[in-house]
Design a protein around this ligand. Sequence first.
Ligand SMILES: Cc1cc2nc3c(=O)[nH]c(=O)nc-3n(C[C@H](O)[C@H](O)[C@H](O)COP(=O)(O)OP(=O)(O)OC[C@H]3O[C@@H](n4cnc5c(N)ncnc54)[C@H](O)[C@@H]3O)c2cc1C
Length: 394
Amino acid sequence: MSKSKMSKVSFENTEIAFKAKSSSDLKKSYWLFKLVGNNVLVNLGPTLLKFAFFLRLPIKSIIKNTIFEQFCGGESIIECKERIQSLAKYNVQTILDYSVEGESSKENFDLTANEIIKTIELAKGDENIPFAVFKTSGLARIELLEKVSSNILLNENEKKEFGLLKDRVKFICQKAYDLDVRIFIDAEESWIQNAIDDLATSMMRKYNNEKAIVYNTLQMYRWDRVAFLKQSYADAENGNYCLGLKIVRGAYMEKERERAQELGYSSPIQKDKISCDKDYDFALAYCINHIDKISLCAGTHNEESSLNLIDLMKENNILKDDKRVYFSQLLGMSDHISFNLADKGYNVVKYMPYGPVKLVLPYLIRRVQENTSISGQTGRELSLIIKEKVRRTI
Ligand SMILES: Cc1cc2nc3c(=O)[nH]c(=O)nc-3n(C[C@H](O)[C@H](O)[C@H](O)COP(=O)(O)OP(=O)(O)OC[C@H]3O[C@@H](n4cnc5c(N)ncnc54)[C@H](O)[C@@H]3O)c2cc1C
């Protein structure tokens, strides 16, 4: 990736980055990231946590006051409200992300759909919550999505089940359209993604006639996504609808590679990080060059990618607060990017995961693993916190 030359935004300013954190919050984050940097603890953590819940040990409040508080907004929408306000003070907006994973009954899929509807209702008319989001795997069984993605014929029961999934997705997107709230459909594992892409495309065709309400997600760690991006654009041109796209690198790299090797097919993942970065850059430039038709959100913690998007906006005379371009990071991570961008007037929105502590554990474990130290190095989040602690002399 080429170093950005034009952008005047710097992510070095930790005073702005941690504005929303009191000194005691900052110290708490310091200890948390220090612990998280410990490989042994992190490797043992998931097993210990499951065991502790199994034994009904009173660990919920410990988790809630530590990792949960760092990475989640609350256990319910109401609990998130304070956090939404505290971000909004600094022009950082929120996407409420109901992060319960691994449910597999019809009742739970309906409950999840209803929960997403509640997030859309809350977002209605609230400029601090410009988007809603859902994962298709929260609304249907993985095995079903896998069959549909591989074009395997469904039996009668499965056809009904798939019909129910389509109803849930339509119900959510219709609500988003009616209440004028944009909605992201997250990208997931490649073996279920064809089904998700098809659903997302049909929803965009239906609801994106005037502007992008429904957004699909593209994972640029897949080598086939540039072609898919161009095809999606051609489809939108032909179908006369707007394309909504969240551009990410992708979260399931190891799992993808392992499965491909295990089952003996060629991996859908790029050969190296440079190729992934190159396609990420390409996708941002492509979206900006087709901004009349495409609305985009760069879901990234990568500083260069964020600076690159700023430059692209400048080169194309796109205003900082143009609603067709958003930057997005996860709550509790890369505040130096989010808060510095928001301070300069760009549209920034944080994914705010929420849900009962026990049920969001898989999400929390992923965040912790992402922040584990690599060969003993101090992680980026921790370095930034240390810099701000020194600045505040605390
Ligand atoms: C707001 C937001 C929304 C997100 N939504 C989704 C989503 O819907 N679906 C999803 O899958 N992920 C999603 N993610 C996660 C995202 O895909 C990345 O895993 C994460 O953001 C790290 O990538 P990065 O761009 O921030 O930074 P970087 O640190 O620059 O990139 C790390 C990423 O690069 C890729 N990579 C690393 N090494 C290699 C390699 N050797 N070869 C090829 N690729 C490599 C991997 O994707 C890895 O995660 C989201 C992230 C954010 C911030």
